[in-house]
Design a protein around this ligand. Structure first.
Ligand SMILES: [Zn+2]
Length: 356
């Protein structure tokens, strides 16, 4: 089993993440990087993770938007040059979160803007897989429907935010321009309430895949009609990718609960609720009942392993440690110039140096 979607914020959590991987029964994991104003992205920590566990760690790195964050004061390579760097350092794919509302606000470039065009072209030409977070659960746009664990943290989009559909329109125009992109849309592309639309998307774009990282609303939506969901999963089992969204700092208990909420749904015909000790983003048990699909083994093999291997390779790529160190040092300089948070990059750099 490969967990295609986990996060690492602090390099000091790398060994814990490796324990979590074993605890959930995954042979390999893919760590995906997130952009942020304070640390630019998580890439240095991802290099350190791959360096520490090369056989078991894929990494999907993120873009560096420090030029934008600094109002043009910092000079970073163009986005297409960054794809060349990603390939040269031995990353396994690209993570985009620039079409999530909060991050879209941060970067402030429409995803179908010409400013991204050369980057997407390079990604498509290289056959590089992309894990792409677009939009968010639809409930987040309706204050009365936003779950309490989310609204309590100020997550929710009022009329000052772009509509959910506007993100899909931008992404559609990217897919039409680059129809061979190999994409895994995170969290089922937040289309779990409309499987007809999800199927039409998969039919139209042969490179599109959907990951199963909760978004717990995904399970609740599909549990309303488990027979239809099961048919969909069998029909498109070559386009669905297992993931959990586990964060490296989680406890073993939280990680196991998070993984099993997905695996139990796929493997059994149990009716069950979220464990009361789950981490807060899964919400409380009273939010709903999940109905398992008990998928056949061929479908499970595709979802757990084959699809991700087809996209990213049967083995993680080899990290160029010296180059990873060089890129991380450059990023540290940029973080300091931004007045951001250098500690995660410093930790990663120390670990990379020790590994050379
Ligand atoms: Zn995630």
């Amino acid at each position: 089993m490969i967990d295609s979607h986990v996060h690492l914020r602090w390099p000091s959590d790398i060994e814990n993440l490796n324990k979590l991987r074993e605890a959930i029964g995954a042979q390999r994991i893919c760590v995906v990087s997130v952009i942020g104003k304070n640390d630019i992205n998580d890439n240095p920590g991802l290099y350190a993770a791959k360096s520490a566990h090369p056989e078991t760690t894929y990494i999907f790195t993120a873009l560096d938007h420090s030029v934008h964050f600094s109002g043009g004061k910092i000079c970073a390579p163009s986005m297409e040059k960054q794809i060349d760097e990603l390939l040269a350092v031995g990353a396994d794919g690209l993570k985009l979160i620039e079409a999530k509302p909060t991050h879209r606000k941060l970067v402030d470039i429409p995803i179908d803007s010409d400013r991204y065009a050369a980057m997407f072209e390079r990604v498509q030409d290289a056959g590089l897989p992309v894990t792409w977070h677009v939009a968010d659960p639809e409930e987040f746009w309706y204050p009365e429907l936003t779950p309490s664990w989310a609204s309590g943290r100020g997550w929710g989009y009022d009329s000052t935010w772009p509509a959910k559909e506007s993100f899909y329109e931008e992404v559609d125009s990217v897919l039409r321009r680059y129809p061979d992109l190999k994409v895994v849309f995170a969290h089922f592309y937040f289309l779990s309430a409309d499987l007809g639309r999800a199927g039409a998307l998969l039919d139209e774009f042969g490179g599109v895949h959907l990951d199963l990282a909760p978004g717990i609303e995904m399970m609740y939506n599909m549990s309303k009609d488990p027979a239809t969901a099961r048919e969909f999963f069998i029909k498109y089992s070559d386009r669905i990718v297992f993931g959990t969204d586990i964060e490296a700092a989680s406890s073993e208990k939280e990680a196991k609960i998070r993984a099993s909420v997905v695996t139990r749904w796929l493997e059994t015909d149990d009716d069950y609720r979220v464990d009361p000790e789950a981490d807060y983003t899964l919400g409380p048990p009273e939010d709903g009942i999940i109905r398992g699909m008990k998928l056949p083994n061929e479908s499970l093999d595709n979802i757990y392993t084959n699809n991700f291997e087809r996209l990213a390779g049967a083995k993680p790529k080899t990290l160029n440690v010296e180059y990873a160190l060089e890129l991380s040092l450059r990023q540290l300089d940029a973080i300091r110039a931004l007045g951001g948070e250098p500690e995660p990059a410093v930790e990663a750099i120390d670990m990379l140096k020790a590994g050379i």
